[in-house]
Design a protein. Sequence first.
Length: 370
Amino acid sequence: MIEVSCRLVRPRFVLDANFTAASGCVALFGPSGSGKSTIVRLLAGLERPERGRIVMEGRTLVDTEARIDVPVHKRRVGLVFQDGQLLPHLSVRQNLDYGRSFAPRDARGVPFDAVVDLLGVGHLLKARPATLSGGERQRVSIGRALLAAPRLLVMDEPLASLDAARKLEILPFIERLRDEWALPIVYVSHAVEEVARLANTVVRMSGGRVVAAGAPGDVIGAAVPDTGGETYPRLSFVSAKVVRERPEFSVVILTHPAGEIVLPGSGFREGDAVRVAIAATNVALATEEPRGLSVRTRLKGRVAGIDHGEGPSVHVTVELAGGDRIVALLTRLAVADLGLKVGRDVFALVKAVAIDETAVGTLRRNQAAR
């Protein structure tokens, strides 16, 4: 459990943030300048609030009324930044050992070999940072933070400088830290796909304040505009299970009570439980089961709500067989021509190529397949 209630005043910026989040991966989400990195600095002890309290896993780090302010080196907060910040004159092994030197002697840290194995950097131990790819540098940076035996891992925009391929390389490692090692993570990002994939809890920031906090489907599944003028696509979250792989087509097939879901990519095993985030702009609706159509994902459901408005488009919410909901962004003309209304049976259609692979996360790995 992480509890934050802090006020910090700086020229042209005031942070007044309050939230409580269960352990797992807590995402601080919002546009640049919303206060995400300031909270990171408060958690790490690099800033001190004028007023407030920070509690991590039952341990009070800051309480201005009680005059508690745990020093940086005693907080055991591991930091991973956007650029990795590796020491250029040291090898990968030496950078990892540098992180291990910060672990308290009595701490039950993660063994060196286990970290190397988890992050797949064994073949890089003699290399210097300048020879590494962006994804490799970030893996080493994560390893260095882990070897310091942190109680909390804080990742501040760790994938922002990486391309899509390198992001897909790193995301599974972060999922394993969250699930297999049960390490509490605070993940900072303004990338909705990363947050949708990794977070158990999302804290949405705007103008130095928390505007929403809760499960991903409740916080980034709703089209809440930010006061900074930034909006994000409305997302739906659908949970399904991998039933088979089609490597010859580079796709996997998921089963859901409403129908099959076809996903691009690999890395999933039969039996894996998967959460898929789908943007409303990538969903079409049909009132009859379509035939002779290239779209492979066709999910049965019933219209549960229509957000009526005066603009050209509206959000239509469909309750799928099995209980999940999916939202489609349609023109008001299409809603009228199809005669859509609450209670009408429909099929939600999603193109596989429209699904962002970075927004597809494993909820539970099939251990038997290992």
